[in-house]
Design a protein around this ligand. Structure first.
Ligand code: SAM
Length: 445
């Protein structure tokens, strides 16, 4: 690979005698990782399935390396949202930021959702996750991944952090900033990134990072934690961004990140930060800084949405009686034709560009309720009375995922189609045939 001379000179100065090892890492092949969705199954149950030749990623409890030839994206369990494919180093920010179920979490640069799906799983369905990305196009990919993972308690949105700051002052317990950056740590994985590298880009990213950090400082509650990560080695986007931030925001302290698994210390005075180098770990380049806002404060309560009246939910309630074993509770809200179940303590999102507010259950049209793909992915087989559960070996699984009508005797009406007990999507059964309702854009190709 041809690297720009300014870049190699800079890396030589940064790494000193380690530089030849770093260069040699380009001759090695990259690593492939997957992260288990603990919302859907335990680590123990996942491992019992012995799906691929997996070995653990040391810094992420739910992470594994797999071999490229195994192609886990071509597996029905991938369609069931049992795991997310993620570069192993990219699992580190979500693993290091401590998340407790019930917290309010913001992932401010979230698309396509690698870290949001991780944070969402760690919330275990309790609390609130706001997954935001400034790019509306990229936020669509984020939305799909959040739905695939079956995360019920998230909001997916697309706003610049400055706009969020106006609404969410002191609101969040935890914030992740996986900042836009020059991507130097990804050169081995994505060689095309080398072409867009230049000094102006570094300066542009640094300015963006500063703005994002400032907005997030305002949105964090005193006592809350913020994790800042990049996938670059550039000091100006890492330690310099953090030291400038600490200079400006005296209300923040830098917390130490343990240096195990081959993690290196930060440059200069910011030794508490962590650097991940491809010649020291099995993964690509990353930078991590963990910050805490000093003090403590009462929870900020913001005005929420007013739920719908029961009479306006009639078609859904009928569906629920017919198809579910359980009764869903909480605040139900209709936006346009879509019915949502809102996460607890979700503030009103009026005036903000939102793609999803909570768990999208389906659409209400002409007095009829039609369940959505997100509903299927977020529900458990045990909560549904009308289920068709195929075993992995059954050829109807792939046929269903391809969008075909498949034969299966059973009670007529809406049916949740599963593989080995894990929901894949909906079908409408009539006379022993499952009319396919699998989401069009999700089909097996
Ligand atoms: C490194 S990527 C995020 C990857 C993501 N966290 C994941 O794990 O899948 C950085 C993201 O920041 C977004 N971005 C760039 N500038 C932003 C800004 N000012 N505010 C919010 N997001 C921004 C980009 O669209 C991009 O998707």
């Amino acid at each position: 690979m041809e690297l720009p001379i300014q870049y190699t000179e800079k890396m030589q100065r940064l790494l000193g005698e380690e530089y030849p090892e770093y260069l040699a890492s380009f001759e090695e092949s990259r690593y492939f990782g997957l992260r288990v969705n603990t919302l859907k199954l335990s680590m123990e149950d996942f491992q019992k399935k012995a799906l691929f030749s997996l070995s653990p990623v040391p810094w992420c409890e739910e992470g594994f390396y797999y071999l490229e030839k195994e192609r886990p994206s071509k597996h029905p369990y991938y369609h069931a949202g049992l795991y997310y494919l993620q570069e192993p180093s990219a699992m580190s920010p979500g693993a290091i930021l401590p998340i407790m179920p019930g917290e309010r979490v913001l992932d401010v640069c979230a698309a396509p959702g690698g870290k949001s799906t991780q944070l969402g799983a760690r919330l275990q369905g309790e609390g609130l996750l706001i997954a935001n990305d400034i790019s509306a196009g990229r936020a669509k990919a984020l939305l799909k991944n959040m739905e695939l993972f079956g995360i019920r308690n998230s909001v997916v949105m697309s706003e610049p952090p400055e706009r969020l700051e106006e609404r969410f002052s002191g609101f969040f317990d935890k914030i992740l900033i996986d900042a836009p950056c020059s991507g130097e740590g990804m050169f081995r994985k994505e060689p095309d990134m080398v072409k867009s590298w230049n000094e102006e880009m570094l300066a542009f990213c640094q300015r963006e990072q500063e703005k994002i950090l400032d907005s997030c400082a305002e949105m964090l509650r005193p006592g809350g934690m913020l994790l800042y990560s990049t996938c670059t080695f550039a000091v100006c986007e890492n330690e310099k961004s953090i030291s400038d931030f600490l200079e400006k925001h005296k209300e923040f302290s830098l917390l130490p990140i343990e240096k195990k698994h081959g993690f290196s210390v930060g440059i200069g005075e910011l030794q508490q930060c962590a650097r991940l180098y491809p010649h020291k770990i099995k993964g690509e380049g990353h930078f991590l800084a963990l910050l805490q806002k000093n003090g403590t404060a009462e929870k900020v309560m913001l005005t929420g949405e007013i739920g719908e009246k029961e009479k306006d939910l009639a078609p859904f309630l009928e569906f629920q009686k017919e198809v579910l074993k359980t009764k869903l509770t909480g605040t139900f809200k209709i936006f346009g034709e879509s019915l949502y179940l809102l996460p607890k303590e979700m503030p009103s999102m009026k005036g903000l560009r939102v793609l999803r507010t909570g768990w999208q259950l389906g659409t209400m049209k002409k007095g009829r309720f039609e369940p959505s793909q997100a509903f299927a992915m977020g529900i458990f087989k045990e909560e549904v009375s009308n289920v068709e559960d195929f075993s992995l070996k059954d050829d109807r699984v792939i046929r269903y995922l391809k969008g075909e009508t498949v034969e299966a005797e059973g009670k007529d009406g809406w049916t949740l189609v599963c593989v080995d007990g894990f929901p894949l999507g909906w079908a409408k059964r009539q006379g022993g045939r499952l009319k396919n309702k699998y989401a069009v854009g999700w089909k097996w190709e």
